[in-house]
Design a protein around this ligand. Structure first.
Ligand code: ADP
Ligand code: MG
Length: 951
């Protein structure tokens, strides 16, 4: 029977950072309703099967368990009882089950799925209960009844599948292939599956898998959150039915901790991001696409195709999403206002997911039949292999060689044979083999736990809390030399001494000499190997003194967290100096900038380290880019952290927004992994090289702001506008004309009209980009671009040869059939936000040369000021009319108006002032030439003063 996916939402407590930022709560829950409120008060409500309030109303027990203090609080046990228990029951019945955790990094996915320490998540409790159930059954079971549990664990990272339970040197190099089975669907070829016979064994396996992730992720910091982790538990029950027939019932449980969902919405959205975005989150964005398509199907649109095949994750989860599985999704929510957008998008995702239906069936068959089927299939495969191997299973097999296909067939035959063997051989035999291994693993892990209580050691600190503490270096008496330093333990006093040239930082500060370590010291080796020192004796002393009421050390007891460790590194690096003194104070924007700097600092360090190691001639630097630098005005955008890429070979520079840098870094990591694995072809072709920008990528030299309000008054704009770069430095000038025209395209030069009089009439005008003046000379070719009105794309001038005074001679005519209020608003009030400073493709290769890209933004002033100005003009006019004056005192007018301008140079308009506005198509009621002239001057001088704001 088709059944909807069950969807739960869960909101976590504020984390330390959010607490210290005084974050505001955006989530409310009432019954099955979850409401999210934006800072501006906009509310969105959603209903889900389960809503878990885990934000507050809890207390922490002495052993660290978060238990409810108020009945609203949902603890781990409650979540298990609702979601895990049901899954377990279904597994016993022989249904496949799937559990997903979706949400941005840090929202609590791993907490719900795996859990932390005493706060065990759904997976451990489910496993525990599964084995408890098996024990119960076993007590009263028939002799050949059997319960078999085996576990696999994989990671999908950048579309590559890694087996987390196999630790060999080659693991990183070879990702596993996805294959498709005729009836069973997609599977991972050659994936290990470890038989387990107790909860301790399964726990040891999962710990091993997590450790493998952690080792691989040591250098990855935030990028590790881009991996999906799947724990698959295969549960097989064999017993005889009433008529004595041997039956096999099986259930596959897929427990999926998805990659952080942040920025999925953005990937693949625009131009250049495609390449990067797609590679980074293909699996997650495809999951989103599949869910949307399935939701459409559920809504009755049966023609929609679901793109399961588009990514590795969705291939493997095809059953979980649309087929034979009972499926549960947990959407993890951050409560903080800064995550509002992501949280809303998570809620929307969950909302779509809840309409999806799956059709689970009991997987139960007579054992004989299963064996017979496998045997028959293998016979058929063998025949196929002998006859030359026609592909029957390969997913993208048409691109594969004959050998590849043969290998695949052999693999399948082997897999079937194993399965047959597993059915025929007693489980005890199989287990015995695995047992020795598993027991050793458990013993090792127990030993390590014991040693940690007595021996000083370093434990790793990762951006992902789930990966912290999994790598441990013991400092046994004597000395040892890891890659970067010598650790010496003399009678319990532990010191670290950097080896030649290696960088070692303690608590954020670089050390050059032998230095003693204290409990909870943060130690950074090289660029990314971040550890915390644990000294059991000192720790015990602190606990004791804290117990005696000495609170001096109480806060030193808590282990340091990753964010704080990064913050102190960043603080000591001087990078915070970027923020300057002028911006002191604690507003939210500054907080966000600081946060970004702290987060990006290690990423930039790492990118530099990778570049250095691979001898790539590039360097990355952090910088702050003001809103003005990006072509926005103050108040219309925030200062943001950008990354400067410096190509040391040809001394060119590019500025990347942080998202682009992070995407690129993800790809750099990939290149680096290939490099480290010693792959011959590690170096990517130039156009795919994440360390490079193509030589003909346009470089943004600067922007000019051109206010169109003059046009709303039919006043021509003809002026050399300053071009300023992101730092606000003058880069030269650009002559621009925007000329209102009459019916025959004659340019109107001395006209004036009230904007209202233009509405409902046609409007014609020209935009001209004439010549540059004093622009930088070092570019081979130059062009300008701008965005007009509702256009999505830039209008771009022809490329002209470089030089300081390029002649663009660009002209474009615009006809507005009827001026609408909306268009008038555009001219007067609206604001066009330009994005992607250097994201355009260089049109027409200029043979590896670089181009100047000067960009024009059409910008108008904000509404209030426009209205104020019009009001003032109006009152002056009225006054003049009342008095019957033919003329208005120009000085008085000037004074009144300049008081409303925001300072700046009030240059006189450059145009000749002769003539009346007689050519204006819409005659002005105010009539007199002096008045008109004054009004023209007013609008023009204001425009000039505004255009000067940035210079
Ligand atoms: P994700 O896996 O989504 O990146 P985590 O599960 O690692 O996020 O959670 C991030 C941090 O928040 C962890 O330190 C975790 O302990 C904490 N956390 C998450 N959910 C809860 C919760 N319900 N109660 C208490 N702490 C939580
Ligand atoms: Mg996680």
């Amino acid at each position: 029977m088709a059944e909807n996916i069950k969807v739960a939402v869960r909101v976590r407590p504020f984390d330390d950072r959010e607490m210290s930022h005084n974050s505001k709560m955006v989530i409310q829950m009432k019954g099955n309703q979850t409401t999210i409120t934006s800072t501006s008060g906009k509310k969105n409500s959603f209903a889900f099967d389960y809503s878990y309030w885990s934000h507050d109303g809890y207390r922490v027990t002495p052993d660290g368990y978060y238990e409810p203090e108020s009945p609203v609080y949902a603890d781990q046990k409650r979540v298990f009882e609702d979601l895990g228990r049901g899954m377990l029951n279904n597994a016993w019945k022989g249904f496949n089950c799937s559990l997903f955790a979706y949400g941005q990094t840090g929202s609590g996915k791993s907490y719900s799925i795996i859990g932390y320490g005493p706060n065990k998540g759904i997976v451990p409790i489910t496993c525990e209960q599964l084995f408890a159930g098996i024990e119960d059954k076993r007590a009263g079971a028939a002799k050949d009844d059997e319960w078999q549990v085996s576990v696999s664990m994989i990671e999908i990272y950048n579309e590559k599948v890694r087996d987390l339970l196999v630790t060999t040197k080659t693991r990183n190099k070879e990702s596993l292939k996805i294959r498709q089975h005729q009836t069973k669907g997609f599977y991972v070829e050659g994936l290990s599956s470890s038989p387990v016979s107790s909860y301790a064994q399964i726990e040891a396996k999962i710990a091993e898998g997590s450790k493998n992730r952690s080792v691989a992720a040591t250098n990855m910091n935030a990028t590790s959150s881009r991996a999906h982790t799947i724990v698959a538990i295969n549960f097989v029950q064999k017993n005889s039915n009433e008529s004595g027939q041997k039956m096999t019932k099986s259930s596959l449980m897929n427990l999926v901790d998805l990659a952080g969902s942040e920025r999925v919405g953005l990937t693949g959205a625009e131009g250049e991001r495609m390449k990067e975005g797609a590679a980074i989150n293909l699996s997650l964005s495809t999951l989103g696409n599949c869910i949307s398509a399935l939701a459409d199907q559920a809504a009755g649109n049966t023609r929609v195709k679901v793109p399961f095949r588009d990514s590795v994750l969705t291939k493997l989860l095809q059953n979980a999403l649309g087929g034979n599985s009972k499926t549960v999704m947990i959407a993890a929510l951050s409560p903080a206002d800064i995550n509002y957008e992501e949280t809303l998008s998570t809620l929307r995702f969950a909302d779509r997911a809840k309409s999806i239906k799956t059709k689970a069936v009991v997987n139960e068959s007579p054992t004989d039949k299963l064996i017979r089927e496998l045997r028959e299939e293998n016979a058929r495969l063998l025949k196929l292999l002998k006859s030359g191997g026609v592909p029957i299973t390969g997913d993208d097999s048409n691109s594969e060689s004959k050998e590849e296909k043969e290998r695949e067939l052999n693999e399948l035959i082997k897999k079937n044979a194993e399965e047959m063997e597993a059915m025929e051989r007693t489980w005890a035999e199989r287990l015995a083999q695995a047992q020795a291994d598993a027991n050793k693993q458990i013993k090792d892990q127990e030993e390590q736990r014991e040693r940690k209580k007595n021996v000083p050691h370093l434990w790793n600190l990762n951006a992902d809390a789930a990966l912290s503490g999994l790598i441990v270096h013991f400092c046994d008496p004597g000395s040892c030399t890891p890659r970067h330093a010598v650790l010496r333990n003399t009678k319990g006093k532990v010191t670290v001494t950097p080896v030649e040239n290696a960088k070692v930082y303690i608590n954020g500060k670089a050390v050059a000499m032998e230095t003693e370590l204290h409990h909870n010291d943060r130690v950074l080796f090289g660029n990314n190997h971040l550890y915390v020192f644990h000294h059991p004796v000192d720790y015990a002393k602190m606990v004791k003194s804290a117990g005696k009421g000495d609170n001096k050390n109480a806060d030193k007891l808590a282990p340091p967290n990753f964010e704080d460790a990064q913050a102190e590194l960043a603080a000591n690096s001087g990078i915070m100096g970027l923020l300057g003194d002028s911006k002191g104070g604690g507003n939210d924007d500054l907080m966000k900038l600081k946060d970004d700097l702290v987060k990006l600092f290690p990423e930039v360090q790492e990118a530099n380290a990778m570049a250095q190691e691979m001898q790539r001639p590039v360097k990355f630097e952090l910088l702050l880019m003001s809103a003005q630098g990006r072509g926005l005005r103050e108040g219309e955008g925030q200062t943001e952290v950008y990354i400067r890429l410096i190509n040391l070979e040809n001394n060119t520079e590019f500025l990347w927004p942080k998202d682009k840098f992070l995407d690129r870094k993800f790809l750099m990591r990939d290149v680096y992994n290939s490099f480290m694995d010693g792959e011959a072809d590690w170096k990517p072709p130039e156009h795919e090289d994440p360390f490079l920008e193509p030589a003909d990528t346009p470089v943004l030299i600067g922007t000019s702001l051109i206010y169109l309000e003059s046009l709303a008054h039919l006043i021509e704009i003809s002026q050399a506008f300053g071009v300023t770069n992101y730092k606000g430095d003058d880069q030269g000038k650009l002559e621009i004309e925007i000329l209102p025209c009459d019916e025959e395209w004659n340019e109107l030069t001395n006209s004036f009209a009230e904007p209202e009089s233009l509405i409902a009439n046609p409007l014609k005008f020209k935009i001209k980009v004439l010549t540059g003046k004093g622009l930088p000379k070092r570019f081979a070719a130059l062009f300008c671009r701008y965005k007009y009105y509702l256009d999505d794309d830039y209008t771009t001038t022809e490329e002209v040869p470089g030089g300081s005074d390029p002649q663009f001679n660009f002209e474009k005519t615009y006809t507005v059939a009827t001026v609408t209020q909306q268009f008038m608003n555009y001219l007067q009030n609206s604001y066009i936000i330009r994005e992607g400073l250097d994201s355009t493709d260089g049109e027409g290769g200029s043979g590896g040369t670089r181009k100047l890209l000067a960009e024009l933004d059409t910008v108008t002033k904000e509404k209030e000021r426009a209205e104020l100005k019009v009001k003032q003009l109006q009152s002056l006019l009225n006054e003049a009319r009342k008095k019957g004056d033919e003329k208005i005192d120009v000085d008085a007018l000037d004074n009144t108006l300049s008081a409303t301008l925001n300072g700046g140079d009030q240059k006189k308009p450059p145009e000749d002032k002769a003539g009346a506005g007689s050519k204006a198509p819409a005659a002005n009621a105010g009539g007199s030439s002096a008045v008109i002239q004054q009004k023209r001057e007013d609008v023009m001088s204001k425009t000039v003063s505004k255009a000067c704001v940035l210079q």
